[in-house]
Design a protein around this ligand. Structure first.
Ligand code: ZN
Length: 140
């Protein structure tokens, strides 16, 4: 059985952003040489998410509005966490959108449903943040 590990780094220009990272994960899978197995992709920060959904910009605006209703960024003083920080909303948004995804690897490809794509959800950006890709399986 083979294993492969890679860290991807993202640095958004805005506090919140949704990035399609499917191509980056596919490149990691190709580098790994693994043909059959499992691919884990997780945010390494507690204010960011990795999730699978549709690559449709309207939906991403809907996520943004929905998450802002659930956990508005401001006013900052509405949150107990915001004593020395201002990112309580980002922790809550990450909890809703999840930490990681696991995708089956079949015949050297990510075994997606028709419209599935992998996204990085940033909720407290404008700095380097890491995503872990771990792939385990057989090379042939
Ligand atoms: Zn915090």
């Amino acid at each position: 059985m083979g294993t492969y590990r890679k860290e991807l780094t993202y640095h958004t220009k805005t506090r919140r952003a949704y990035i399609n990272i499917t191509r980056d994960v596919e490149a990691a899978l190709a580098e790994s040489g693994i043909r059959e197995g499992l691919c884990l992709v997780n945010a390494m920060h507690i204010t960011a998410s990795v999730f699978i959904n549709d690559n449709e910009s309207g939906l991403h605006h809907d996520f943004e509005r929905w998450l802002e209703k659930l956990a508005p960024e401001k006013p900052y003083d509405q949150y107990d966490h915001n004593g020395y920080e201002d990112n309580a909303d980002a922790h809550l948004k990450r909890s809703v959108m999840g930490r990681e995804v696991v995708v089956a690897v079949t015949d050297g490809k990510l075994d997606f449903g028709t419209w599935e794509q992998i996204f990085y959800g940033e909720f407290d950006g404008m700095r380097d943040k890491r995503v872990l890709v771990k792939i385990i399986g057989a090379s042939e």
